[in-house]
Design a protein around this ligand. Structure first.
Ligand code: GUN
Ligand code: FE
Length: 448
């Protein structure tokens, strides 16, 4: 579907971070989307200026669609499995077998369900790793194109510790680069930039120096993103030290390959030394914080206050299936619990993060991590209408007991969305003003 499509106006509550800082909170607002999917009006309701046709959706609230900076499409079926294993064992046991089988057919089957599930969880932008097979990435992009979600996707590149037995070792690097180049040509920038490509070397343990270098050069030459994992798990870090003895540290492995910069997105990055943190900040590199995954796989905890004080750009990632849940509200919850725990362990420094901060990190900061903060990430006039509609009432301890909601309590509303997330609290999701299908599958469909 190409624009123009039908414009619409809704009367609704509104919660959004603002570009200039702070959060806007209205119980009764007008949100108008034009025929190119842009926000044309966002203002307090006033019947004097109300448009002719408007849907009254109160007491529901519009929020910006959430931005998931890190998820693995083929891993979704194993979400919630393997807790207690260390990262490298978990990958071998639960993940590589799944990805090895993720051919075109598997991707065609799973991807449409996955995109509906992301939308149902409130995610309107998703940054995905696929598997190593080119055809499965075509299938994933095709499904994203049809569904309407905003997506950045990449074929996983690995030329050691790999799982694609069809190729001989000597062929892997060349084939991986060629397939990545072809996928970029077919998909990067499609639908006016709604679909983008991320060159995706898995992590230093699975990649030769040459693959890292060539992949970074390819991303730079094509204006695509470059994404990988960084400093997630102690065993992984030890393995990287063994494989790259000349590097100063894990971050330096990627820097030597030309991989740091504003189009580079690093998942996890929880065990960084000061030198590494400094280099990420100085190069403008971006980080996908995945606290639910870090707890699930016992990887550790990010000292987020230290990172933010240093000026690092941090958004959120579900890391499905390292994280057990697609919901970024659940990821905010894991992050909030982690930071509370750290505060009491390390001794509190600075102000604690509030529910408003977590919403901002999951939306506007995620957009900023992708360089899209002028396009999405908040509900503000001129931006594209990537929105979700939430029903705070179902987050009440006893839904229906409505007098439990004090008037004007923004943090209370957000606190319940984050700490009492419910499956049915996301009532709709739009990208560029186009409603996303978020319907759950029929049971037989999924089991087939
Ligand atoms: N590091 C390398 N590959 C992966 C992966 O698939 N998941 C997680 N969580 N970490 C990784
Ligand atoms: Fe991951």
């Amino acid at each position: 579907m190409v624009p123009p499509w039908p414009p619409f106006a809704i009367r609704v509550g509104l919660v959004t971070p603002l570009d200039a800082g702070g959060t806007r909170f209205e119980r009764d607002a007008l949100v108008e989307v034009d025929d190119h999917g842009r926000l044309a009006r966002v203002e307090p309701w006033s019947s004097a200026s109300s448009p002719a046709s408007v849907d009254d959706l109160r007491p529901l609230f519009v929020l910006p669609g959430l931005v998931d900076l890190h998820a693995h499409l083929p891993q979704l079926p194993n979400a919630g499995l393997g807790q207690g294993l260390d990262l490298l064992t978990w990958l071998e046991r639960y993940i590589f077998p799944l990805e090895r089988a993720f051919d075109r057919r598997a991707a065609e089957h799973l991807a449409p369900h996955a995109f509906r599930a992301f939308a149902a969880a409130g995610t309107t932008t998703v940054v995905l790793y696929g598997a190593v097979y080119e055809a499965s990435i075509d299938a994933a992009f095709t499904a994203a194109e049809a569904h309407g979600i905003r997506a950045v996707i990449g074929k996983v590149m690995m030329d050691r510790l790999r799982y694609d037995p069809a190729l001989r070792d000597a062929e892997v690097l060349e084939a991986s680069l060629r397939q990545t180049r072809d996928l970029i040509e077919r998909w990067h920038g499609r639908d006016g930039g709604r679909l983008q490509y991320a060159v995706t070397p898995r992590f230093a343990v699975s990649c030769s120096e040459e693959l890292l270098r060539e992949s970074a050069a390819l991303a730079a030459a094509t204006g695509t993103y470059w994404q990988t994992h960084l400093s997630e798990d102690r065993g992984e870090i030890a393995e990287v030290r063994r494989l790259f003895p000349a590097a100063l540290d894990y971050t330096d492995v990627y820097e030597r390959a030309g991989g740091l910069g504003a189009r580079s997105l690093f998942a996890h990055a929880i065990h960084l030394g000061d030198r590494e943190l400094g280099r990420l900040v100085e190069t403008g590199s971006r980080v996908a914080h995945c606290p639910a995954s870090n707890l699930f796989l016992a990887s550790g905890a990010m000292d987020l206050a230290r990172y933010r004080d240093a000026g690092l750009c941090v958004g959120l990632g579900s890391d499905i299936a390292g994280g057990p849940d697609l919901s970024l509200f659940g990821v905010m919850r894991a992050g909030a619990y982690t930071q509370s725990g750290l505060r009491s362990m390390l001794g509190a420094q600075g102000a604690p993060l509030t529910p408003q901060d977590w919403l901002r990190i999951g939306s506007l900061e995620g957009a900023r991590a992708l360089g899209l903060e002028r396009t999405i990430g908040s509900v503000q006039v001129g931006k594209e209408a990537d929105l979700i509609l939430v029903d705070p009432e179902v987050t009440m301890p006893i839904p229906g007991l409505r007098d439990d909601q004090p008037d004007g309590a923004l943090d209370d509303l957000l606190s319940r969305l984050i700490f009492r997330t419910q499956r049915d609290m996301i009532r709709a999701a739009w990208v560029r003003g186009r409603r996303l299908d978020a319907a759950p599958p029929a049971r037989s469909h999924v089991d087939a």
